[in-house]
Design a protein around this ligand. Structure first.
Ligand SMILES: *Cc1c(COP(=O)(O)O)cnc(C)c1O
Length: 231
């Protein structure tokens, strides 16, 4: 019998966690559903998948409205623009991609009082590539303090999307740098519980380095088409 992609992925997550001495349920799976249809999302929800990640607000909102009865948990993992913070703060449970204080402050202002605090991660740019979003590791403590000053946000941890690499040593070195930034903040007494790292290409390396949330698209849904949707 052929396993479904989600069953295969779950068994790889479990075996990788065990191999590195971790409890399998210490790694949460976010299904990255950018460019995917509601019926593709529902097909995964039927297997008990609850956490979904989206990158483009204009694409995500109609899907979230259609699927509102499904009790799914939506994670915003894309680039953040100031004019989108209100809808993001209203619709999502998590935002993984905080990269500047101004965006954190706007999400804080817009998070409705009737909802729980918005869970957030700070996105770190590990490669220091100018084209990539995220804050440099050395700027992390100052941004963490700015986020902690926002009462409607709950700082949970760090996120990164390292430059792709086929070599597991290289993958692990990048991911380890994020884990070190995370432990440094915890050593300062900041209460964090989330390391959001690992995609279809490198989730095993990420689990080895301590990821608590992995974000998987291709390995669940198959390859994405060339036509990427814009925010
Ligand atoms: C698209 C995306 C992913 C998933 O990548 P796959 O290679 O499809 O698993 C994870 N994180 C972010 C931030 C993404 O944009």
């Amino acid at each position: 019998m052929r396993l479904t992609p989600i069953a295969t992925l779950r068994s790889r997550i479990t075996s990788t966690a065990r191999r590195f001495g971790r409890a399998p349920n210490s790694v949460s799976l976010i299904a990255v559903s950018k460019t995917r249809t509601c019926s593709e999302i529902l097909a995964l929800a039927a297997y008990g998948q609850r956490l979904f990640g989206e990158n483009y607000l204009q694409e995500a909102l109609p899907k979230m409205r259609m699927l509102a009865g499904q009790l799914l948990e939506w994670h915003y993992i894309g680039a953040l623009q100031s004019n989108k913070t209100q809808e993001i703060a209203n619709g999502f449970t998590w935002v993984h991609s905080i990269d500047r204080a101004k965006i954190a402050q706007r999400l804080n202002e817009h998070r409705p009082a009737y909802l729980p605090r918005l869970n957030v991660c700070i996105e770190v740019n590990l490669g220091a590539e100018a084209t990539k979003s995220g804050v440099a590791l050395r700027e992390l403590p100052a941004l963490a303090r700015a986020v902690l000053a926002c009462p409607r946000l709950r700082l949970r941890g760090l996120m990164a999307l390292p430059a792709p690499s086929k070599h597991s040593d290289e993958q692990r070195a990048n991911l380890r740098a994020l884990a070190e930034g995370y432990h440094a903040l915890r050593a300062e007494g900041i209460d964090l519980d989330t390391l959001s790292m690992g995609t279809s290409e490198d989730f095993e390396a990420a689990i080895a380095e301590g990821a608590t949330m992995i974000r998987i698209g291709t390995a669940l849904f198959g390859p994405r088409g060339e036509a990427t949707l814009k925010a």
